[in-house]
Design a protein around this ligand. Sequence first.
Ligand SMILES: *[C@@H]1O[C@H](CO)[C@@H](O)[C@H](O)[C@H]1NC(C)=O
Ligand SMILES: *[C@@H]1O[C@H](CO)[C@@H](O)[C@H](O)[C@H]1NC(C)=O
Ligand SMILES: *[C@@H]1O[C@H](CO)[C@@H](O)[C@H](O)[C@H]1NC(C)=O
Ligand SMILES: *[C@@H]1O[C@H](CO)[C@@H](O)[C@H](O)[C@H]1NC(C)=O
Ligand SMILES: *[C@@H]1O[C@H](CO)[C@@H](O)[C@H](O)[C@H]1NC(C)=O
Length: 391
Amino acid sequence: MASLLFLTTLSILSQVSKAVPTRNTTRPCVNLNLSLPVTANNSIYDIPRVDNSIDAVDYAWDLDRWTAPNPADRVTGVKDVHETFTISAQLCVPQHSEKAEILQIATHGFGFDKRYWDSEVHPEQYSYVDAALAAGYSILTYDRLGTGHSDKPDAYEIVQVPVEVEILKELILLARSGTLAGESRSPSGIIQVPEFEKTVLVGHSFGSGLTIAVLAGYPDIVDGAVSTGLIPNAEFGAAGQRSFGLEYAPVSEPRRFGDRGSGYLVQGTESSVQQIFFKKGFFESEMLAYAEQIKETGTAGEFVSFATALGRPAALYSGPILFALGQYDFGTCLGECPGTYDLAALKNETFPGAADVSVHVQPGSGHALTMHSNATGHYEAIFAYLGEHGL
Ligand SMILES: *[C@@H]1O[C@H](CO)[C@@H](O)[C@H](O)[C@H]1NC(C)=O
Ligand SMILES: *[C@@H]1O[C@H](CO)[C@@H](O)[C@H](O)[C@H]1NC(C)=O
Ligand SMILES: *[C@@H]1O[C@H](CO)[C@@H](O)[C@H](O)[C@H]1NC(C)=O
Ligand SMILES: *[C@@H]1O[C@H](CO)[C@@H](O)[C@H](O)[C@H]1NC(C)=O
Ligand SMILES: *[C@@H]1O[C@H](CO)[C@@H](O)[C@H](O)[C@H]1NC(C)=O
């Protein structure tokens, strides 16, 4: 009996490790549960509740129908948030690098958690974290509020853009304060964490929106920024909620998302994930399967508050910013990025004080740039840009 149980356990373990390969534990990385006190002005929105998948599909109808009010006109009150949230993060620090004092803080978008930046499948071809380490940078990735191993509070009034902007700000302040510096125990042994002197924000999609909002609200604590999968004012706009194939997360996959309450949404199928994130001809089917396997939730409050992230110019931000876009990005450019954006207006109006505003269009990539075949080519372009600007 005991040996039968043992064998069963072993075979389950080997199935699990086949499905998700274990990461290289000799990396100079530590996992952190960070307790972050947050004060923010969220909004109370007049939006329908989502308690089943019929509600979820109708939520997209409610936001995308041509007669829908602007999100700003749905605000019925202010929601003061004073709370401490637990955020799950991973900090990686190259042990012999002159650039280790430059910390990249990467914020993932909708549909993922921090693994978006750190593929367990063929990491040498897809992991942004490994590429950043190899290029000499320290890098912090984290699960945004409501995803992965971070807290999952109320989907309507708490998990919104203003709170998530404050969380990113708190992460930056924590890193810049020197609190993380010193010796840290990683699975590979003790690693040295320096005092970080410069902070570079890297975002994807919704996470780029949060990044740009931090540049507008807290311009002095960021030295460089890279917005991937998002450029403000794209002429044809982003794909709407109707393109996501959203379902009510706890019902869609009770095993994975049973810990989430009313208003938590997830893409229902692998095809829905492909629609927003992938371009045929430029990805391995294994990566689409992986994206589905690690997919994560977003909230009703995030979708309706997203526009507030880009609501005001980053007039006082003086560092460089690169928009690194996939040529065929459906999520943010409705399928083709070249020709959709107005770089001169971005320079004049949105980032008038920036040291530089540039665009890199990555050939052969969809919205999930870390999961397309030439992901490392995209990373090299990003690191080259940062290097040119002293970062
Ligand atoms: C694991 O990471 C270390 C340090 O980055 C590297 O030297 C080693 O080659 C990696 N091993 C594998 C199997 O990828
Ligand atoms: C973070 O908290 C979770 C849940 O309590 C726990 O399982 C995990 O081991 C913690 N991780 C670290 C690095 O402390
Ligand atoms: C929230 O609003 C109050 C009153 O308008 C303002 O003083 C405060 O700075 C705001 N807080 C944040 C984090 O924006
Ligand atoms: C941006 O400003 C420059 C210099 O003031 C001006 O020549 C140009 O027309 C402006 N472009 C736009 C799009 O506003
Ligand atoms: C990969 O991306 C880089 C950077 O954009 C580009 O220079 C290179 O031509 C790309 N390679 C292929 C095979 O598309």
